[in-house]
Design a protein around this ligand. Structure first.
Ligand code: FE2
Length: 163
C-alpha cells in the first residue's frame, strides 16, 4: 500500500485530486467548470491549482483541453479512496449515519496518518468478516442509546478469568 503521506500535499490539493478522479470516473473527463462547481471555488482558482498540480506531476493539464491524472495522481486518488472507505465504514459501524460518515470521512482522510488508517481498515475488516456481529458492537449500540451497559456485558473481569 504505502502511498503518499498526508503531510506531503495540502488538504486542498488532495481535494482537487480526489474531485478530478471522481469526475473522470463519473463522466470520463474533468472540466475546469465542473471542478469549480464541485469544490465551490472560482474557475481561475481551479486553473492555477491545476498548473501547480501539473508542476508536481499529479496531473496533466493543458489549457482548454481539460485535465487527466498521471499515474502518481491516480495512486494518490486511490490512497484517498481507501482512507475514505475505511473511515466511512468505521463511522457507520459505531452508529454514525451514512451521510455524516461520508462527509466526515472526507474531512478526516486528509489529516490521518497512514498507520492509523491501516489499523482502522483492518479492524473494520476483522469485525465485518466475523461469522456473526460481535456482541460488543450490539452492546455498544445499546450503551449509546441508554447510557447503561446491557446485562450480559456487566460481568466483572475477575469472573471471566478462566485460570
Ligand atoms: Fe473523500
Amino acid at each position: 500500500m504505502g502511498g503518499i503521506s498526508p503531510a506531503e500535499l495540502s488538504e486542498s490539493e488532495e481535494s482537487y485530486v480526489e474531485t478530478i478522479h471522481s469526475l473522470i470516473r463519473e463522466h470520463g473527463y474533468a472540466r475546469v467548470a465542473d471542478i469549480a462547481e464541485t469544490l465551490n471555488v472560482k474557475p481561475p482558482s481551479v486553473t492555477s491549482m491545476l498548473q501547480k498540480l501539473d508542476g508536481q506531476k499529479f496531473v496533466n493539464y493543458t489549457r482548454y483541453r481539460g485535465v487527466i491524472l498521471t499515474p502518481k495522481g491516480k495512486s494518490l486518488a486511490e490512497t484517498l479512496e481507501r482512507r475514505h472507505q475505511a473511515l466511512k465504514r468505521f463511522l457507520i459501524m459505531i452508529g454514525v449515519s451514512e451521510n455524516t460518515a461520508d462527509k466526515d470521512a472526507c474531512e478526516i482522510e486528509h489529516k490521518i496518518n497512514h498507520e492509523t488508517v491501516e489499523k482502522l481498515a483492518k479492524f473494520v475488516d476483522f469485525v465485518q468478516s466475523a461469522p456473526q456481529t460481535p456482541p460488543f458492537l450490539e452492546h455498544f449500540k445499546s450503551y449509546y442509546k441508554t447510557g447503561k451497559r446491557p446485562k450480559q456485558c456487566r460481568v466483572k473481569v475477575e469472573k471471566r478469568k478462566i485460570n
